[in-house]
Design a protein around this ligand. Structure first.
Ligand SMILES: NC(=O)c1ccc[n+]([C@@H]2O[C@H](COP(=O)([O-])OP(=O)(O)OC[C@H]3O[C@@H](n4cnc5c(N)ncnc54)[C@H](O)[C@@H]3O)[C@@H](O)[C@H]2O)c1
Length: 487
């Protein structure tokens, strides 16, 4: 008996043909049967991934690095890259070609089967067409999308019968840390915030005693201990500054401490823990109390980096004009919440400005200002996501389920896929078995300060820092540092 089997991906079925050559039958009997209805997807080698040049103003990132191209080619895909797409990130056409990609023009690349981008598709004024109009019908798009904020874009994509994976919707769960582009970018923003603050500050960050005189260390206050705030704390500590941190979530205060920053507290006992590890909006009483704390700190600190955000809301204003004016001449404030309205009353979003001697960094594109680093990490996030959602060796497929458990790959796939064949799937339904986080034990600053840190080797300290920056706290895990590292 001979058996041949061909896979017709478009019907998502495995079609098998039996050819019975047994002499007992006296004739060759050919049986055609549909053996299985298991989805098998499309062979990678039939699919082309396209990497266009980003056209958003001042965007220097690119969605795939040459190493990312190599990884996708190894998986079986063909890759086309728009000429000049990686130039600003120092990835030249030749590097992409050496990695196995074909260099093509804009239209060819946008018409790929799988389009990978950093910024959501937009109008390409040079071509007089929206990038979505140049996509092929039924293509897959992987990009930052922010579906709640972009209903018109979702509409356009739906008309194209597109399938869309939104990098901003990858659930913030442990299994998805490798594809968490929000964390990768926030980590870079936190680092760059400190570098920009140092660039605009007239003194060292570290203290020194030299023959020419004693230099006091700079004092840095960080408001908000999410991924960006913790990266800023670690970077400022590494540069030798005295660092203080404040957050509404008790777990974030512990993370500040694990990075060598002094956690600050207010007297009002109110937990800032919201859904899924994110912060909730605080009471008026709490905001007043923290603003009182910041008013005192503004008289003392040299640098203030603010990162306080509430998902889907305008950022709370925590530093008033009066507080800024009370800061020392030459102080620097960096408002990482500028794009969401800003935490600092005097910030000009998108600008570097000076108010009464205090330099304000209000840039809203910090990851793009480190384009090689951010493109490398974003590329890793994308390639890991593609590999994880389609682990089959031969074929590209993924299975979007409406019933799924929290923290599983099904959760990741359902959360990330915001549209399938033009059907809007956003927002994702609640997963089953959402863990109920044990209530964070609120420790007083004195308790935290009194806790003796175990002796930390330089290697372990570096690992700890890296894990805290990018992992954040893991769900249901109250010792996030060790939990992220699996220690
Ligand atoms: N499990 C994982 O794999 C994983 C990965 C990444 C992030 N996370 C968690 O997700 C959450 C969100 O992280 P993010 O970096 O996107 O945060 P974010 O950018 O949404 O917010 C930044 C920080 O601002 C704080 N904040 C909000 N209002 C404030 C106020 N009034 N005063 C002071 N601080 C205020 C928040 O508590 C948060 O820590 C965090 O808990 C993080 O640890 C988990």
């Amino acid at each position: 008996m001979n058996l041949t089997c061909s896979q017709h991906a478009h019907f998502l079925r495995r079609t098998c043909i039996f050819i019975d050559t047994s002499p007992a039958w006296g004739l060759h009997l050919i049986l055609l049967c549909l053996l299985t209805v298991v989805p098998v997807g499309i062979p990678y080698k039939q699919l082309t991934v396209g990497v266009p040049r980003e056209i958003f103003q001042n965007e220097l990132r690119v969605a795939l690095s040459p190493a990312g191209v190599q990884a996708l080619i190894k998986q079986g895909f063909n890759v086309v890259v728009e000429s000049g797409a990686g130039e600003s990130a120092k990835f030249h056409d030749q590097m992409y070609a050496e990695a196995g990609a074909t260099i093509r023009d804009t239209k060819d690349v946008l018409a790929s089967d799988v389009l990978v981008k950093v910024r959501a598709p937009m109008l390409n004024s040079a071509l007089g067409a929206h990038e979505v109009d140049l996509m092929k019908d039924g293509a897959t798009l992987i990009s930052f999308i922010y579906p709640a904020q972009n209903p018109e874009l979702m509409n356009l994509l739906s008309q194209k019968k597109a399938t869309v994976l939104a990098m901003d919707q990858v659930p913030r769960v442990t299994i998805a840390q490798g594809y968490d582009a929000l964390s990768s970018m926030a980590n870079i923003a936190g680092y760059k915030a400190v570098v920009l603050a140092a660039n605009n500050f007239g003194r060292f960050f570290t203290g020194q005693i030299t023959a020419a005189g004693k230099v006091p260390p700079a004092k840095v206050l960080i408001i908000g201990g999410g991924v960006a705030g913790l990266a800023a704390a670690g970077t400022a500590r590494a540069m030798g500054a005295i660092v203080r941190g404040f957050d509404t979530r008790a777990a974030a205060l512990e993370q500040f401490k694990s990075l060598g920053a002094e956690p600050l507290e207010v007297d009002v006992k109110e937990s800032g823990e919201g859904q899924g590890g994110y912060a909730k909006e605080m009471s008026k009483e709490f905001i007043e109390a923290e603003m009182k704390l910041f008013a005192k700190q503004c008289l003392d600190v040299d640098i203030l980096i603010s990162t306080a955000l509430i998902p889907g809301r305008k950022a709370p204003v925590l530093i008033s004009k009066d507080m800024v004016e009370s800061m020392k001449d030459g102080s620097v404030v960096v408002d990482l919440a500028a794009e969401a309205g800003g935490n600092i009353e005097t910030t000009v979003p998108g600008e570097l400005s000076v108010h009464k001697g205090v330099v304000h960094v209000g840039y809203t594109d910090l990851p793009s200002r480190l384009p090689t680093q951010s493109s490398t990490l974003y590329s890793n996030n994308i390639t890991k996501l593609i590999r994880a959602i389609s682990p089959d060796k031969e074929n590209f497929y993924y299975d979007v389920k409406d019933m799924f458990d929290y923290g599983t790959m099904d959760h990741v796939v359902r959360g990330s896929v915001v549209m399938q064949d033009g059907k809007v799937l956003f927002p994702a339904p609640q997963p089953n078995n959402v863990p109920v986080a044990a209530p964070a034990k609120t420790k007083s600053v004195q308790e935290i300060a009194a806790e003796k840190a175990a002796t930390i080797s330089p290697f372990r300290a570096t690992l700890t820092t890296a894990g805290v920056y990018t992992g954040g706290e893991t769900e249901g895990c109250l010792t996030p540092t060790s939990c992220c590292l699996g220690l």
